[in-house]
Ligand binder design. Structure first.
Ligand SMILES: *Cc1c(COP(=O)(O)O)cnc(C)c1O
Length: 405
C-alpha cells in the first residue's frame, strides 16, 4: 500500500469524533465490541494482515481502480472532471473493500459466521462474496418487500452459499432487517460477527470501515498527482452511511486547499417529510443503531421514514465522522433529488460510456452543478458503483423521457 491506510487521529479511544459516535449498547454487547476493538487494533499493525489484505485488494478486487479523465463532460461543463472507478471493482462497488477487511478480522478472531442486514442487497452480496472467499458462513437478513424487489441479489447470495433470512414484520424493509439481524446476532455474539455495511454503528465500526475504505483516497491521490502534477481542487462523493465518501476523503483530510463535497439524496423533495434522506441537511443530533450522529427523527425520537430512488442512500442517519466534519466545516454537504440523479445517470452513460449506480449518479449530478460555476478547477468524483443493478428499474420508470420505449 502506498502509505499506511490505518493512520488517522480520530476517533478518540471511546470512539468519539467530537461529540458524535461512541457506543450506545447493552453492557453484554460492550464486552464483545471491546474484544473487536482490541483485535482490530492488533491486526491493523500486523504486517501479515496488511499484506494479506493488500494482496486480495490487488489480485481479487482488481485494485488499484483507475482514475479516468472525462474529457467530454469536462469540455461541456468547463471544469476538468475525473472519476475514481470503484465501479470496476469485483462485485461492482466499493463495499467489497470493507467486507474483505471485516471478513478477515472475523476469521482471525475465530468467528464462524458473518451476519448482517441488507437493504437493496448490495452489502449482502459483497459480504457473501467475502465470506465465500475467506471461508466463513454467512447469514443475511433482508425485508420481505426488498427480497421481492431486489430478487437478482437474493439469487446471487444463494449462489454464493449465504443464507437469506426474510424480515417479515412491520414495513418489511431495511429497518426491520436491522432488527431481525440484530436479534439473531444477540443470540450468539461469541461465534458470530456482525459485519456492519458502512461507517455507522457503535465504535469501533465507524473507524474500522473508514480505515478499510481509505485505500480509495490513498490510491486516488497518487494517481491524480501522476496525471496532473497537482492535487484535485474538489472531491465529490455520495453519502448514504458515508463509507465511500470517507474512503475518498480521508487521504486528503489535511490538504486544506482540497474542497470536499458530500451529496445526500433529496428524493422527491426536501420539503416533503419521509420523501428524502437528507440527514445532514435536515436532521438533528440523536442516537440510533448504537451511535450518536445527525438523524432524521419523528416526534417520538424514533428513526424517521426515508426515501430515495437510490436504495443504497436511504438511511435515516449518517456516519458520526460526517456529523463532525459538518460541524467543523471541513466538508460541504449538499443534496440532489431523484430527477437530477437520473439525468446524471443518462448523461454519464451517453457522454462517457459509463453506466453508474444511481447512488453514484447523485455525486455526478452535484459535480456537474459545481463544474458550471466559474473557476472550479479540477473535480474528482468517487464513482462508488456500477449501474447494472439499476438498469431495469431506471428504464421501466424513466426510459420514455430518455427516448427508450
Ligand atoms: C451502498 C452504496 C452506497 C452508499 O453507501 P456509503 O456507505 O454511503 O458509501 C453508495 N454507492 C453504492 C454503489 C453503494 O452500493
Amino acid at each position: 500500500m502506498a502509505t499506511n491506510i490505518f493512520d488517522c487521529p480520530l476517533p478518540n479511544k471511546e470512539g468519539y469524533f467530537g461529540e458524535y459516535g461512541g457506543a450506545f449498547i447493552p453492557p453484554e454487547l460492550q464486552t464483545i465490541m471491546d474484544e473487536i476493538s482490541t483485535a482490530y487494533d492488533e491486526i491493523r499493525k500486523d504486517p501479515d494482515f496488511i499484506e494479506e489484505l493488500t494482496d486480495l485488494y490487488q489480485h481479487y478486487v482488481g485494485r488499484p481502480s483507475p482514475v479516468f479523465h472525462a474529457k467530454h463532460l469536462s469540455a461541456k461543463y468547463g471544469a476538468e472532471i475525473y472519476f475514481k472507478r470503484e465501479d470496476l471493482n469485483h462485485t461492482g462497488a466499493h463495499k467489497i473493500n470493507h467486507c474483505l477487511g471485516e471478513a478477515l478480522l472475523a476469521k482471525k478472531m475465530g468467528k464462524k459466521k458473518l451476519i448482517a442486514e441488507t437493504g437493496a442487497g448490495q452489502h449482502g452480496v459483497a459480504l457473501a462474496t467475502a465470506a465465500a472467499l475467506v471461508g466463513l458462513e454467512c447469514e443475511i437478513h433482508m425485508g420481505e418487500v426488498d427480497i421481492a424487489k431486489e430478487y437478482p441479489n437474493v439469487v446471487r447470495m444463494h449462489i454464493l452459499g449465504a443464507k437469506v433470512v426474510p424480515a417479515t414484520h412491520g414495513r418489511k424493509t431495511l429497518k426491520e432487517a436491522v432488527d431481525s439481524a440484530f436479534g439473531a446476532y444477540l443470540a450468539d455474539p461469541v461465534t458470530q460477527f456482525f459485519a456492519i455495511g458502512s461507517v455507522v454503528g457503535p465504535h469501533p465500526f465507524p473507524k474500522m470501515v473508514r480505515d478499510f475504505q481509505s485505500i480509495v483516497g490513498v490510491e486516488a491521490k497518487e494517481q491524480f498527482m501522476q496525471m496532473t502534477g497537482k492535487l484535485p481542487d474538489n472531491l465529490v462523493a455520495c453519502v448514504g452511511g458515508g463509507s465511500n465518501a470517507l474512503g475518498l476523503f480521508t487521504a486528503f483530510m489535511n490538504d486544506e486547499n482540497v474542497a470536499m463535497h458530500g451529496v445526500e439524496p433529496a428524493g422527491r423533495g426536501l420539503d416533503i417529510p419521509g420523501e428524502h434522506a437528507a440527514t445532514m441537511t435536515l436532521g438533528t443530533p440523536g442516537v440510533m443503531h448504537g451511535f450518536k450522529s445527525y438523524m432524521l427523527q419523528d416526534d417520538k425520537g424514533e428513526p424517521g421514514e426515508v426515501y430515495s430512488v437510490a436504495s443504497g442512500l436511504d438511511y435515516p442517519s449518517v456516519g458520526p465522522q460526517h456529523a463532525y466534519l459538518k460541524d467543523i466545516g471541513r466538508v460541504n454537504y449538499a443534496s440532489i433529488n431523484d430527477k437530477e440523479a437520473i439525468d446524471a445517470f443518462f448523461e454519464l452513460s451517453r457522454e462517457e460510456g459509463i453506466i453508474p449506480a444511481v447512488e453514484s449518479a447523485h455525486a455526478v449530478a452535484y459535480a456537474l452543478k459545481l463544474a458550471k460555476k466559474p473557476n472550479m478547477g479540477t473535480i474528482l468524483i468517487n464513482l462508488s458503483g456500477r449501474g447494472d443493478k439499476d438498469i431495469d428499474f431506471v428504464v421501466e420508470n424513466y426510459g420514455k423521457e430518455y427516448g427508450i420505449s
